[in-house]
Design a protein around this ligand. Sequence first.
Ligand code: MIC
Ligand code: SF4
Length: 644
Amino acid sequence: MGKNLIQKIFKSHLVRGRLEPREDIAISIDQTLTQDATGTMAYLQFEALGIPQVKTRLSVSYVDHNMLQTGFENADDHRFLQTFASKYGILFSKPGNGICHQVHLERFAKPGETLLGSDSHTPNAGAVGMIAIGAGGLDVAIAMGGGPYYLKMPEIVLVRLKGRLGPWVSSKDIILDLLRRLTVKGGVGKIFEFGGPGVKTLTVPERATIANLGAELGATTTLFPSDERTLEFLRAQERERDWVLLGPDPDAGYDQVIEIDLRKLEPLIAQPSSPDRVVSVREVAGREVKQVCIGSCNNSSYMDLMSAAKILKGKKIHPDVNLTVTPGSKQVFEMIARNGALADLIDAGARILESACGPCIGMGQAPPSDAISIRTMNRNFQGRSGTPSDQVYLTSPYVASACALRGVITDPRELGQKPPRILMPKRFFIDDSMILTPSPDPETVIIERGPNIKPLPTRGPLEDVIEGKVLLKLGDNITTDHIIPAGAKVLPLRSNIPAISEYLFERVDSSFFRRAKESGGGFVIGGENYGQGSSREHAALAPMFVGIRAIIVKSYARIHRSNLINFGILPLTFKDEKEFEKVEQGDQLRIEKVRDRLRANGSLTIQNVTQGRTFDVSHGLNEREIKILLAGGLLNHTRERTLL
Ligand code: MIC
Ligand code: SF4
């Protein structure tokens, strides 16, 4: 049988293992990216490895999340990142140059290569046939040091597209349809490879919307073939030399095949507060809208913003609506400024924001209480916008623009307008002056560390007896936004673990931090898909810092499980899910002979001291993961071996 595209790229990068589903494999990494909110930790960890220069072909450090400078913290972090990049051989994309995924796609993503990024939407670069995976900062630090990336070989799902999208239907609707069918945990342990005759009808920016939102399925990554459309995009970015023709063999096999007939899709929308609560726009039409936000790494390309500008041109938005527009990059911003589309948006009443994550991560623009906010983004977890009672819906720029005009949820087909037809420009506006190259004299560069940059917290080897209270019992689909919130108040503390830890589980139970401190740590219990969403390793670092030694749940999201292991927290799962019902918050739990049992690769038995009973948990750890845990985390483990 022939090979699919994923097998081909994995094969050319395979360092360890066999390419069979669920086998442990390691792949070499060509490129890395970081953003500021995860980057400071990733670079502190890289520094702790003691390697003088990055060993990747290309590493880029972006600043796009922590852009609101209401105090010294974010500005300090930016200086740290800029000087660090200069010293260690990393390109530095200055604040204002754009959102990491948008800029990386425009300027660096390369068919057939591998990219590891400390942000869960790194798969965005899969739009040009690159294997792009989101990971914790420490995994990215190791990759920058030349180490491979370890993962379980995922199952490969072919999403076969046929037909062509109808008027007012966009590529966002393709991925929203998949989310509706598969849910936010439907992609865990899987990679989605897009194929079929419908693929060639989609431009690279349209493909990027799909690859980006694949992260919300829990997928390891999503990718497209590199074809004529890829060439068209790379040529317009003056990067024709990066193009290669790449696709599956005609007789390639897949673990699963899903078919989508593009002609049958209609405008879709995800309701609050999960990206899989998808319905057709028709079903929720008429609900009053108070805010519309167009932007984020999901829909802020030149073509997205041109579509919005075309729909709004010569009209005014509804008086009750606040519309924000965020161009995804300096390139997009400058192009819409030069061709007049920016003026059309301003004229219609839009508030124009700088090129950054902005409202997507609650960095400003929190909506009014209980109000509906329509966003072209990828996450609508409760409170992520900055307003605890938010009602955030996710949809395409077409639908968002229609809602801004009417002030109610509107199917754009009701506008009575002709749908905008935006063509891929022959040449994008190219100016890389805000991407700084590293110093030719790294020894002379002094890294600037303002008071916001606190040393990396560490821990010793894993204890042999773990005992403590169940500090919190949670349900299914707990996101990393629940564990460590983002937003304008908390994000600036990303380089300061003692300070950020005070916000641990704040959205779920504001007494958590105090109780964890009083008890000197303990356990957390959860349901399915624990830790979905962001790659932020602070959701593992902060629990480690307050003394959480084990988490017991029904199942984990991929990146978060790796982060827990990387910081020495046992990621356990219930053997019998009925036990989940029995264990109570406040129960005293104890695990004995942890080190021996892990070494013997056996399962662990938990004593519920309060209830006077025991239950078994599995760990599903491979040999390497066990060694990492015994050492008390990946940094300790790597240092012990002094080689990667
Ligand atoms: C997000 O969309 O949640 C973020 C903020 O981009 C995160 C990274 C972070 O928490 O810094 C992600 O997606 O990984
Ligand atoms: Fe930034 Fe939002 Fe994209 Fe995360 S999802 S990288 S916060 S724009």
